[in-house]
Design a binder for this molecule. Structure first.
Ligand SMILES: [Zn+2]
Length: 373
């Protein structure tokens, strides 16, 4: 049974079309033409590839670190699909080895069950820089041992991203992680540019929330930010909630990296998709004021950002073409994960992960693998 969607506007992942059709059969896009016998559905809005979020800690009141279960993952996914995210790597922040093992076990279960929208796991820490820890708990920040390596290198977790500080993890360990299929991201780091370049040489391919919690770019010391901007092949995540990064700094970084290397991420906490303003975080509480999340001392504590807002902010406040914003939210993160033949476009053979946006770039409807969610 196939369905032909006729959309007032259609973004196939690279090009915008007016009054286009896309026919979905099963979980895939069958063609960009109406099919005889297919049910016809008219959509008054912009149909685009669903968003892919590679950094998302929680949603719907659930935080992955606390709700380390398949149910927790489902809740986080559901909360974000309301905002157009159709695929994600739930992100575990710095924690003890027991929690890392439990999170990995939950992810292995989700991957085995083919939980819709869950691509794999992002371990953000624990091998970070203490001076750049942000809200990560210092007591859990530590050197890498065989115990963490064994979890990161499991082959049953789907896509695995590890964010680490390269001054604290030797280049040969980075190379070993990469050889096991891990996507190594650099972040929460005070490394100088030379150390960063050595980590890229060893196989690291990404930067976690560019600018935030990393050595800054200055004239004589390029730091991690300078190295990230100068490097052509690596990817970077950017939190466009207008609190983490100034709009001009965001524009500068996007001009440097290009929309084919810059990924919009939410870094969302449990608050997204929840009406609670205060939610627990380890031994403290994260408070929401408007769209800003902080702990008691005022430190930014992740974000209350959703992907549709990231797209909208990039379009309205950074002044970028909507097509660029949609690419940074879908095709670029899909390519970063090596899934650009399956996700990030709506062409024949691609998974039917779709989002319908109204003229204010708010989500009207969302489908994962052709199924409305
Ligand atoms: Zn972080």
């Amino acid at each position: 049974m196939s369905i032909t969607y006729q959309a007032r506007q259609f973004f196939d992942g690279e090009k915008m079309h007016d009054n286009a059709t896309v026919t979905v059969e099963g979980n895939q896009v069958l063609s960009l033409a109406p099919q005889p016998g297919a049910q016809m559905i008219h959509l008054d809005g912009l149909l685009a590839p669903g968003f892919v979020d590679v950094q998302v800690n929680g949603g719907g009141g659930a935080l992955f670190n606390t709700d380390t279960s398949i149910e927790g993952l489902s809740r986080i996914r559901e909360a974000h699909s309301r905002f157009g995210t159709t695929a994600m790597t739930p992100t575990l922040i710095t924690d003890d080895i027991g929690r890392i093992e439990t999170a990995a076990e939950a992810m292995a279960g989700a991957i085995e069950q083919q939980l819709p929208g869950i691509l794999g796991i992002h371990f953000e820490g624990p091998h970070l820089s203490k001076p750049k820890k942000g809200i990560h708990r210092e007591k859990f920040i530590r050197c890498i041992t065989d115990a963490e390596l064994a979890q990161f290198c499991r082959q049953d977790l789907g896509k695995v991203i590890v964010t680490l500080a390269p001054e604290n993890v030797p280049a040969d360990i980075i190379a070993e992680l990469v050889s096991q299929g891990v996507h190594v991201c650099l972040g929460h780091s005070d490394a100088d540019a030379e150390t960063v370049m050595a980590a890229l040489e060893a196989g690291a391919t990404g930067f976690t929330h560019l600018y935030n919690a990393m050595s800054a770019l200055t004239s004589r010391a390029p730091g991690m930010v300078g190295a990230a901007m100068a490097d052509e092949s690596s990817y970077a995540g950017l939190i466009v909630d207008l609190y983490h990064v100034h709009p001009l700094s965001a524009r500068a970084a996007i001009r440097a990296k290009g929309t084919d290397r810059m990924m919009l991420v939410t870094d969302a906490m449990a608050h997204v998709g929840s009406d609670k303003s205060a939610l627990p975080f380890f031994d403290t509480v994260i408070q929401r004021e408007g769209d800003k999340l902080t702990i008691e001392d005022g430190t930014l504590a992740g974000s209350a950002l959703d992907m549709a807002s990231a797209v909208r902010n990039s379009h309205l406040h950074l002044g970028l073409p909507l097509t660029d914003c949609l690419q940074m939210a879908a095709l670029t993160p899909a390519r970063y994960l090596g899934l650009e033949h399956k996700l990030g476009k709506l062409l024949p053979g691609y998974q039917a992960d779709m989002v319908l946006l109204n003229d204010q770039q708010q989500v009207e409807k969302c489908w994962i693998g052709g199924q409305p969610v």
